[in-house]
Design a protein around this ligand. Structure first.
Ligand code: ZN
Length: 198
C-alpha cells in the first residue's frame, strides 16, 4: 500500500522529464516535498504559464509568446540571409556566439522518414514559400553533421537550388556526429564565418 496516492501521482508525472526514470522521479519528488516546497510551487506555476502561453512563431517556428517572434519582427535583421537550425538551442547559440544578424528557420527536428518525420513535420513547405517570396539570397545550413542532419541538408539544398538560391553550410570545426549547440562559442563563430558553398 502506498502512503500517498498524490505522491505516487507526482512521481509518475515527473517521469515525463527526459532521462528521468522511476528512481530519479522519486528522488526529485521527495526533495521537492521535503526541502523545497516554494521552489516546487514556482516550478508548477512556470510550467503551466509556459505551456499555456508559449507557442511557435508563425514565420520561423521558434518558440514565441507572440505570433511573430522578436527576431522575425526586428526590421534591422537582414532578410537576405536565412539560417536553418535544428532547434531553439542552436538558434540561441548562433545568435549569441556569432555576428549573424539575418533570420532563421527552426526545424524542430531532423528529417527521419523511419520515425515519421517528413518535410511537413519540419515546416519545410512553409520554408519553401518563404524562399519563393524572393528576398532570401543565401540559405545557411546550420544542421549537425549526423546521418539525419545530412539527409536534411541534402533535402534543403535541393529545394534552394531549384529556386536559384545560394546554399552554404557550416563546416570547419564541427566534428562528425557532433551537435552544434554543444560547441564552444569560438568554434561556433569560426564555423559560421568560414561557411562554404554546399
Ligand atoms: Zn520568428
Amino acid at each position: 500500500m502506498s502512503a500517498s496516492p498524490l505522491l505516487d501521482q507526482l512521481i509518475e508525472a515527473l517521469r515525463c522529464l527526459p532521462g528521468v526514470g522511476p528512481r530519479s522521479a522519486g528522488r526529485i519528488a521527495y526533495h521537492l516535498l521535503e526541502r523545497d516546497r516554494e521552489g516546487a510551487l514556482q516550478l508548477a506555476d512556470a510550467l503551466r504559464e509556459a505551456v499555456e502561453k508559449v507557442g511557435h512563431c508563425e514565420r520561423c517556428r521558434n518558440f514565441s509568446e507572440t505570433p511573430l517572434c522578436a527576431i522575425c519582427s526586428d526590421a534591422r535583421r537582414n532578410g537576405e540571409l536565412l539560417c536553418v537550425v535544428e532547434n531553439p538551442a542552436q538558434l540561441a547559440a548562433i545568435d549569441q556566439a556569432t555576428h549573424f544578424r539575418g533570420v532563421y528557420h527552426v526545424l524542430m527536428g531532423r528529417l527521419s522518414p523511419l520515425d515519421g518525420i517528413g518535410p511537413e513535420e519540419l515546416g519545410l513547405d512553409r520554408l519553401e514559400e518563404r524562399l519563393r517570396e524572393g528576398e532570401v539570397r543565401e540559405l545557411i545550413l546550420a544542421v549537425s553533421p549526423t546521418v539525419e542532419g545530412e539527409v536534411t541538408a541534402h533535402y534543403l539544398s535541393e529545394m534552394a537550388r531549384a529556386l536559384n538560391i545560394r546554399v552554404t553550410r557550416l563546416a570547419q570545426g564541427v566534428p562528425m556526429g557532433g551537435e552544434l549547440e554543444s560547441l564552444d562559442s569560438g568554434t561556433l563563430t569560426q564555423a559560421f564565418e568560414l561557411r562554404r558553398d554546399y
